[in-house]
Write a protein that binds this ligand. Structure first.
Ligand code: UD1
Ligand code: CA
Length: 456
């Protein structure tokens, strides 16, 4: 069987987004539109058989998807979707693609099942070209599907070119911009695409009428009224698509046994893994490759990205956690900030207005209030008093602070790194520690209090 490839059209600027960023790099729940399309193709077409037409902002596109660049085809000037297909054709042809799935890159919610259904229909009926349609009472700016008296597809006519006098009264069926085509049958039609239309562009959609006129079988596969098949062209449409995706992810979590309080305000990205038996509360945002273990609980108003929250951990409201790992049974917050490479081990506690960066709190260690721990290692069971600051930066480089097991750092201490506090050592409140403190020692650095008669 001829092998199946996929082509994503993503070279356009996305004028209606009014943004310099290529449209398909605009994000839904933290991931670019194009990322979502790639994900829909997973399991249907191998990555090595996926091509992407890029053009506007090609450099940004390469930077966003470095692993995909071998499949990038550059369309220097964006002369239309048909021209995009023409541009990619030689690469597809020489790779031996027989059946080609074409997907507009601005259709981020397209379900894998819809693509699979289109391919199945295509394989079963072997037309020259098949495309997915959507029933939409108001077809707006979408291409309109024109069928003949017998219900067979005759053409796709773009909104700007639609003339009821010529094309008949407006039906409610639009083109989704998702096609399956037989390379051998469609190849000869490609050079016949013209640009004599309202936009002056070469339309991929004109292939439909060309194929019909050539007597080739064309199928318009009805995808029902699924809003996930609609292209995204404007900020408002992007926001609507993002909300659809958000709601479907949260519904999926609830069905899987994740307790989501205030589900209407919980934002969970598509790469996050929340184990059944964990609990979160909206409003919240959980992004990236975050993992929340069973038995963990995350309070409202937290923002989390690429973090690990261990079993039994309790994250209280208003925490900001990124690239950090919260161990089993830890308690974090409220109002804590864990920055990249912050690690809290089994049962450690981080309280309000504590910031950690590239710092590890050993098992059972505590930093309960108003502290900065940067480039620090804190041993098991140590207690970091309120207002303790690791002075990790001397204006040029970062230095490490090591605090031993069971150490006790008094309040308002400045630890000037590099510095090591020994196991079970005690540092008096208000000290500025610039030299190492030995195991089991008491270090005090503060001027003696004086008491003088008060002048009247
Ligand atoms: C297109 C279809 C329309 C359909 C709609 C579905 C055409 C002519 N019209 O309209 O029938 O209802 O999608 O969402 O195809 N692109 C390129 N190179 C170009 C132009 C566009 O790669 O020269 C890419 C864009 O980046 C985009 C996709 O093709 O991802 C579709 O282009 P767009 O301009 O958004 O087409 P629509 O007007 O939405
Ligand atoms: Ca579009």
């Amino acid at each position: 069987m001829a092998h199946t490839g996929a082509l994503i059209l993503a070279a356009g600027k996305g004028t209606r987004m009014r943004s310099e960023r290529p449209k398909v790099l605009h994000t839904l729940l933290g991931e670019p539109m194009l990322w979502h399309v790639y994900r829909a193709l997973e399991g249907l077409v191998p990555d090595s058989a996926v091509w992407t037409v890029v053009g506007h902002g090609a450099q940004q596109m390469r930077a966003a998807f470095p692993g995909r660049t071998p499949g990038f085809v550059v369309q220097e000037r964006q002369l239309g979707t048909g021209h995009a297909l023409q541009t990619a054709w030689p690469a597809l042809d020489s790779a031996g693609v027989g059946t080609l799935l074409v997907v507009n890159g601005d259709t981020p919610l397209v379900p894998r099942a819809a693509l699979a259904a289109l391919l199945d229909e295509f394989q079963a009926r072997r037309p020259a070209l098949a495309f997915l349609t959507v029933d939409l009472p108001d077809p707006g700016a979408f291409g309109r599907v024109v069928r003949d008296a017998h219900g067979a597809v005759a053409a796709i006519v773009e909104a700007k070119d639609y003339d009821p006098a010529v094309h008949g009264p407006l039906g409610g069926e639009i083109n989704s911009g998702i096609y399956a085509l037989d390379m051998a049958a469609v190849g000869p039609l490609l050079p016949r695409l013209g640009n004599a239309n309202a936009s002056g562009e070469f339309y991929i959609t004109d292939l439909v009428a060309l194929a019909v006129q050539a007597g080739l079988p064309v199928l318009g596969v009805r995808g029902g009224a699924d809003p996930q098949l609609l292209g995204v062209n404007s900020p408002a449409e992007l926001a609507r698509a993002e909300e659809l995706l958000r709601a479907s992810i949260v519904d999926g979590l609830l069905d899987a046994g994740v307790m989501v309080h205030q589900p209407g305000t919980a934002v969970v990205g598509p790469r996050a893994v929340l184990e059944p038996g964990c609990e979160i509360s909206g409003p919240c945002e959980i992004h990236g490759a975050t993992r929340i273990a069973a038995g963990a609980s995350v309070g409202s108003n937290c923002w989390i990205r690429d973090a690990e929250i261990g079993p039994g951990a309790l994250v209280r409201p208003f925490c900001h956690i990124e690239g950090a790992s919260v161990g089993p049974d830890c308690q974090i917050g409220p109002f804590a900030r864990l920055r990249p490479q912050a690690v809290t081990e089994q049962g450690a506690r981080v309280g309000n207005f504590v910031e950690m960066k590239k710092a590890r709190l050993g098992p059972g260690a505590k930093a309960s209030h108003l502290t900065y721990l940067g480039d620090a290692q804190v041993g098991a069971g140590a207690n970091i008093g309120a207002g303790t600051i690791t002075c990790n930066y001397d204006g040029r480089s970062k230095h490490e602070t090591v605090i031993g097991e069971g150490a006790f750092i008094g309040s308002n201490t400045a630890l000037v790194a590099p510095v090591r506090i020994g196991d079970r050592a005690l540092v008096g409140a208000g000290s500025v520690i610039t030299r190492d403190v030995g195991d089991d020692m008491l270090a005090l650095e503060r001027s003696r209090q004086r008491e003088l008669p008060r002048r009247k």
